[in-house]
Design a protein around this ligand. Structure first.
Ligand SMILES: [Zn+2]
Ligand SMILES: [Zn+2]
Length: 189
């Protein structure tokens, strides 16, 4: 599985490195980091001070196609606050039919200071949201197991409650779809 990871606007290098490593290990995928692309003005809602996540995800897909990037999954990461109409915010969105997802980092910093321990909490939340959107792109729906990464997060508290791993039910579903998932990315119980 080929994944192209695109920073949308400024994203700290540690984020791109961690996402690449985790995705490569978990799905045995070939991850390419695309050069940073600015968020297009058409997707910015300046009144709300947020980015339209549906707009940005569709834009990313067309941009990758226009550049003839060879990928199975396109993932964009933006260090801003995203929303879609009808919701106050989203941590991420996935459009399985477009094989494209975007993840938004601003709200994952809630309660996070600049010290090392706190920053690793931010990175941990970020990986959970990335894995969650990837799971959607690979065909998974929300899972009732609160420890499973496919459990829906309404807030960072839900995100902190769940792990970055798939429960055995979601794991089996991925395997049935022909997706390779390393055993390290599966919950024990
Ligand atoms: Zn979801
Ligand atoms: Zn699950």
């Amino acid at each position: 599985m080929k994944v192209v990871l695109t920073p949308l606007g400024r994203v700290h290098r540690s984020v791109n490195e961690l996402v690449s490593n985790v995705l490569a290990r978990t799905f045995n995928s070939e991850v390419t980091v695309h050069s940073e692309l600015s968020i297009p003005g058409e997707c910015v809602d300046s009144l709300r001070g947020q980015v339209r996540a549906d707009c940005l995800t569709t834009w990313l897909m067309s941009r990758m196609r226009r550049e003839s990037v060879d990928y199975d999954i396109a993932l964009g990461i933006a260090d801003v606050d995203g929303y879609i109409p009808g919701l106050n915010f989203v941590f991420g969105v996935a459009f399985p039919s477009l094989k494209t997802a975007t993840v938004y980092l601003a709200r994952l910093r809630f309660g996070v200071s600049k010290d090392g321990e706190s920053y690793s909490k931010f990175l941990e939340r970020m990986i959970k949201e990335v894995m969650h959107e990837l799971g959607h792109l690979l065909g998974l729906r929300h899972c009732s197991n609160p420890r499973c990464v496919m459990h829906f997060s309404n807030s960072v508290f839900d995100t902190d409650m769940k792990s970055w791993r798939f429960c055995s039910k979601c794991f089996r579903e991925l395997v049935a779809r022909g997706v390779y998932v390393s055993s390290g990315a599966v919950l024990n119980s």
